[in-house]
Design a protein around this ligand. Structure first.
Ligand SMILES: Nc1ncnc2c1ncn2[C@@H]1O[C@H](COP(=O)(O)OP(=O)(O)OP(=O)(O)O)[C@@H](O)[C@H]1O
Length: 257
């Protein structure tokens, strides 16, 4: 599915938080949404997911304005995993992941064999099958993060929106998670993922969009955007770009400016 955000604007309390943003995510593309704290990444993801309505501009999914797509249909196509999901309900992990199937079944139907199989597969794919019987509110931050990703995968979206999917994860789990997201993108899912770790973005993303103070300051392949001339003024650091000896992808080392 292609996502086209055109001229998006959003203000709160008289302050412009998202300022004339254009973002395009093609099917099968993993796009990293980068930018310092408070630059507008989470807000942009919420606008794109249709949780917040823009004051200006529009969001198109496969060319159709999001506002013309019903809630249920939208949920069949788009999944968002927020940074701090407020799912501290007394649910088991199994039930939490099954919630991802809700948009795909008729209102009063129970869980079908297919729903159960999809949910189990989603949980296994994030390496959390052994957590199925646990209560969500007893999990560690990293465990919970994997379960929320599994719920989004069980939704089988064509556009996956992720807000810092790796921030609670150990280094191995970070690679597993982004490897999984990469595989989904390779299979055709469009992915827009807010990331703080510029090196993970460089290693896994096809494209990156760099925000600063609610505006897009650069967008393109990581090799073009993640260069000192662009990164240093936005983050207030001094960047040295190295090359990964195996992949040739950029590796960024940071010093104080
Ligand atoms: N509902 C709101 N009311 C007031 N200010 C808000 C609201 N939502 C967002 N903001 C402000 O908008 C700015 C952008 O916030 P946002 O969470 O989108 O940034 P971010 O890039 O995701 O930051 P971080 O990297 O710290 O998660 C911040 O200054 C935030 O305080």
């Amino acid at each position: 599915m292609s996502l086209d955000a055109q001229g998006l604007g959003w203000s709160v309390a008289g302050r412009l938080i998202i300022d004339d943003i254009e973002v395009r995510v093609g099917p099968g593309t993993l796009t990293g949404l980068l930018g310092p704290n408070g630059s507008g990444k989470s807000t942009l993801l919420r606008l794109v997911a249709g949780i917040t309505s823009p004051d200006a501009g529009r969001v198109l999914l496969d060319g159709t304005d999001l506002r013309g797509i019903g809630r249920r249909e939208r949920a069949q196509r788009v999944a968002l995993v927020e940074q701090e999901s407020s799912t501290d309900l007394p649910l088991t992990v199994h039930d939490a992941v099954l919630l991802g199937r809700t948009p795909h079944r008729s209102r009063w139907a129970g869980d079908s064999e297919q729903d159960l199989a999809v949910a189990a597969e989603a949980l296994a794919s994030v390496g959390a099958a052994d957590l199925a019987g646990r209560r969500l509110d007893t999990l560690s931050g990293g465990e919970r993060q994997r379960v929320h990703l599994a719920r989004a995968l069980a939704q089988q979206p064509r556009l996956l929106l992720l807000d810092e999917p790796t921030n609670h994860l150990d280094v191995n789990a970070q690679l597993v998670t982004l490897g999984l997201v990469r595989t989904l993108a390779d299979a055709g899912t469009g992915v827009l993922a807010a990331l703080h770790d510029l090196n993970l973005a460089a290693a896994y993303c096809d494209e990156v969009v760099l925000l600063s103070a609610g505006r897009v300051v650069a967008a393109g392949p990581p090799e073009q955007v993640l260069v000192p001339e662009v990164v240093d003024p936005v983050y207030g650091v001094s960047t040295t770009v190295l090359r990964h000896p195996g992949t040739g992808r950029p590796i960024l080392a940071f010093d104080p400016a």
